[in-house]
Design a protein around this ligand. Structure first.
Ligand code: ATP
Ligand code: MG
Length: 198
């Protein structure tokens, strides 16, 4: 064997030992709270990717969308067909929020549905898509959110997406990922595409 090969083998052995040791140490069985934040593209798609994993294992997922986008949601079209319930903010709210009272009412109604999911131990995974904005705009009380998250069924996982996640949300979370914007097609004039952006 060449020196290079031998070196590689040694290094990999060491990596394997370290990884094995960490796998050995991670023995806690519980649902995970994940926050996916930051300004780059890929937060909601990451959340939906995990929903697909969950469904693929025959588990139950539920989705709450706190922003009603301008476009039809591709994930919703697919996932409702395989029994994933969606609670979507039905009235008013888009990115161009103008009517605070209507928005607050819509957010509150959606939050009530979210709370039901967070209290249901038949649900293995809850995706709270774009929840961070509801907290930043003060449409939903942060303490109430933290309480519902803390009191959820032990084995239930939750994913929260959205920019500018409140510090207390990231503090409570087990896993926090920040998606950094390196570049985005939109900035060079490429229009949002069905099947790619929504
Ligand atoms: P996606 O749903 O594609 O994973 P996201 O959840 O990370 O995106 P949001 O902040 O929810 O991002 O943005 C919603 C919409 O804005 C999506 O259509 C997304 O493609 C687009 N978008 C995301 N990041 C950027 C960006 N940095 N610049 C411009 N548009 C963006
Ligand atoms: Mg998103």
């Amino acid at each position: 064997m060449t020196d290079k090969n031998e070196q590689h083998k040694k290094r990999q052995q060491k990596v394997k030992e370290q990884v094995d040791q960490r796998i050995e140490q991670a023995q806690i069985e519980k649902g995970v709270l994940q926050v996916i934040t930051g300004n780059g593209k890929g937060k909601s798609t990451s959340g939906f990717g995990t929903v697909a994993r969950c469904v693929g294992h025959g588990q139950q997922a539920a989705v709450v969308q706190f922003i009603k986008g301008l476009w039809e949601c591709g994930e919703r079209n697919l996932l409702e067909q395989v029994g994933v319930p969606f609670a979507v903010m039905e009235t008013g709210f888009t990115w161009e929020t103008q009517n605070r009272e209507a928005d607050t009412q819509a957010a509150q109604a959606t939050w009530q549905q979210a709370k039901q999911f967070l209290a249901d131990d038949n649900i293995d995974l809850v995706l709270l898509d774009e929840l961070t904005y509801m907290v930043s705009y003060d449409y939903i009380d942060l303490d109430e959110v933290l309480e519902a998250l803390a009191n959820r069924p032990t084995m239930q996982s939750v994913i929260i997406t959205g920019r500018g996640a409140h510090r207390r949300l990231t503090e409570l979370a087990d896993t926090v990922s920040e998606v950094r914007n390196v570049k985005h097609a939109f900035d060079s004039g490429v229009k949002a595409r069905a099947g790619f952006d929504f």
